[in-house]
Design a protein around this ligand. Structure first.
Ligand SMILES: Cc1cc2nc3c(=O)[nH]c(=O)nc-3n(C[C@H](O)[C@H](O)[C@H](O)COP(=O)(O)OP(=O)(O)OC[C@H]3O[C@@H](n4cnc5c(N)ncnc54)[C@H](O)[C@@H]3O)c2cc1C
Length: 379
């Protein structure tokens, strides 16, 4: 399985999925048939995460093929990530606390054999070892495998969730601070307090199509407990009334300027910001660094093809740029860097986020009710 780093390839993948596999999505999506058979899911997340294609584009394409009712499950999944993002945006200190906890745990666990064995895929669990290899080789895991993996990591191998979440971020092409951190918290039982996700042998057997058997798991473990409570501390995601002609910074989550809400606005120059490992708390694998840099090059080329003045610059150079707006990079490593270097940026928020994030104060079941309303803003 390969993810080619270009918008053209992402669009091909989207079109192919919508034409051939969307119809059966809700019936088949929970099956992990293995890395050579991924047609039951879209595998679009590496592109959506980087803004190579965006959620609205994906939803619109699916609605051109089938009605909302036939498509509801897929649309819900696409908007899960918008929901998770909003949830974290309203409570950004979950991310900063996570990084602090991670830092402390890393020094404690660095030489522990069970941690090393888990990361090297050398545990007594064949399925887990295979997922480790798949994660490193393909930089992607099926959603159900992510749930089993995280559950085994936390409850059978008894390792801290924070270290597992870091391992995912290091390798996943779609690694996203919100979906990943909150996904791991959810499995552990601290996102929805007291409700954890326990992987079981029968479930893995069934949904891997019997690829794995004799899986010895701790199936009665209790949820993890966190003393920390998080309250909503940020709710203001407004854009300026009128945009002046300034420079524009775009980060790795918005790598398709031509499909953003601001594509019709005039900007003096577009700076595509890259962020190296030295400025990240979580160091990315070589393959992931390369994937990101190819996606950045692809965006640069597309802008140049349209004769738009642009330049790729390292995040450490932002301090030398003057008079700019920035497409909002969302809670994560880029925002951390900007904040810790006191770089105050006039951010521009996407319309879908402005609309959807107001419904992220409660659970996803509540959010789900607003999906038709959210989408209706874009018809
Ligand atoms: C522990 C854990 C960690 C995760 N880490 C990430 C991560 O770092 N980045 C990431 O994008 N997703 C993450 N997910 C969510 C989900 O597993 C992936 O988005 C999905 O597997 C991507 O494959 P796909 O594109 O084929 O999804 P499809 O099933 O085809 O869904 C279409 C799109 O909907 C969105 N989506 C689907 N399921 C979810 C979900 N459960 N949560 C949020 N968005 C979803 C994705 O953008 C996806 O591309 C995580 C889930 C778990 C349980």
């Amino acid at each position: 399985m390969e993810f080619e780093a270009s918008r053209a390839k992402a669009i091909d993948k989207l079109n192919h999925f919508v034409e051939n596999n969307l119809l059966e999505y809700s019936k088949l999506r929970n099956f992990d048939f293995g890395p050579d058979n991924r047609s039951n899911i879209s595998c679009l997340s590496p592109y959506i995460t980087h803004g190579i294609i965006n959620e609205l584009e994906v939803i619109n394409k699916s609605l051109k093929k089938f009605s909302f009712v036939k498509n509801e499950k897929f649309i819900q999944e696409v908007l899960w990530r918008v929901y998770w993002k909003g949830w974290l945006e309203l409570r950004p200190n979950i991310w900063s606390d996570y990084l602090e906890e991670l830092n402390n745990l890393k020094s404690e666990f660095i030489n522990k054999q069970n941690y090393i064995d888990a990361m090297e895929g050398k545990t007594s669990l064949q399925c887990f070892n295979q997922w480790v290899n798949e994660l490193k080789e393909n930089n992607y895991l099926h959603n159900h495998a992510r749930m089993w993996f995280a559950s085994i990591w936390i409850f059978t191998l008894e390792l801290p969730w924070q270290l597992g979440a870091e391992f995912f971020m290091k390798h996943l092409y779609d690694g996203d601070p919100a979906s990943n951190t909150l996904g791991w918290r959810w499995v552990a039982g601290i996102q929805t307090q007291g409700k954890h996700y326990l992987a079981s042998e029968w479930n893995i057997q069934k949904f891997t199509n019997n690829r794995f058997k004799n899986i010895k798991l701790k199936e009665n473990a209790t949820p993890k407990i966190s003393e920390k409570s998080y309250y909503i501390i940020k709710q203001d995601f407004n854009n300026p009334q009128k945009l002046e002609e300034k420079n524009l910074l775009i980060f790795e989550n918005n790598l398709s300027f031509e499909i953003t809400d601001f594509k019709e606005n005039r900007f003096k120059k577009i700076y595509i910001i890259s962020n190296k490992n030295k400025n990240r708390s979580i160091k990315l694998s070589e393959k992931l660094v390369k994937f990101k840099s190819l996606l950045i090059k692809d965006q640069e080329q597309r802008l140049k093809d349209k004769s738009i003045d642009c330049e790729v610059v390292d995040i450490s150079e932002v301090k030398n740029i003057e008079n700019y707006y920035g497409l909002y990079p969302a809670v994560g490593e880029n925002l951390n860097y900007l904040n810790s270097n006191s770089l105050k940026i006039n951010f521009l928020y996407r319309k879908i986020d402005q609309i959807a994030w107001q419904y992220c104060n409660k659970g996803f079941f509540n959010f789900k009710n607003y999906i038709p309303k959210i989408i209706s803003n874009f018809n």
